[in-house]
Design a protein around this ligand. Sequence first.
Ligand code: SAM
Length: 222
Amino acid sequence: MEDFSYAHRDTSETGSKGIARFNVPHIPSALEEVRKSAFAREIPVAGDETLAFVMAQAAASGAENILELGTAVGTTAIAMACACPNAKITTVERDENFYAEALKNFEKCGVSKRVNAICGDAGEVIEKLDKKFGFIFMDCAKVQYIKYLPRLKELLVRGGVLVADDVLLYGWASGEAEVPKKRRMLARHIEEYLTAVSEDKELITCVIRVGDGIALSVKNTD
Ligand SMILES: C[S@@+](CC[C@H](N)C(=O)[O-])C[C@H]1O[C@@H](n2cnc3c(N)ncnc32)[C@H](O)[C@@H]1O
């Protein structure tokens, strides 16, 4: 009998470690250096798996305009600029030091002409934006995701993609792990976000275990 055991093997046991070697994003060495420096200082920037996913999805979206909430020092904005060579990126960061460092990194990686970096609170900035986006990467304070959702839906073009990062952190929002008392509000807000996007008929949503969990929603209305 032929061996088809591979078709039934539970690959979840090996987890991301088993597939890690396939999720190595193709990025320029200047961005590698930026990431190395960020990791060394424990700045919470996207790991390989999340970065590969975001780059692939941004490229697949064909977006002309990309919005990112939560720049940190710019690694995901630079990666998206590399994956989407014709796109313009708007990225928002409230921390002035991160913002200043991100500006330098955009220069260093040769993407500054296509990146509009804004220093400010994402909630305030999104109210003022007057163009629509084909791809939005939300990676700022998780507790705010649910609050930003209605406005982000308005800012998406039809067929546009909204990726929310870290939605499964520690298994709290999914009920897979007990939530520490001081994290209950955060867990509740993320659960509200996941419920909202998954029940919304104007969105097609998939929640997946990439990095610390991603909710990918596609807008199916104008
Ligand atoms: C996880 S980090 C972003 C990492 C980045 N996307 C990357 O992978 O390279 C989250 C960032 O969001 C910023 N942030 C959190 N809440 C924000 C808000 N309301 N407005 C703007 N920035 C915010 C934090 O200062 C932090 O730098």
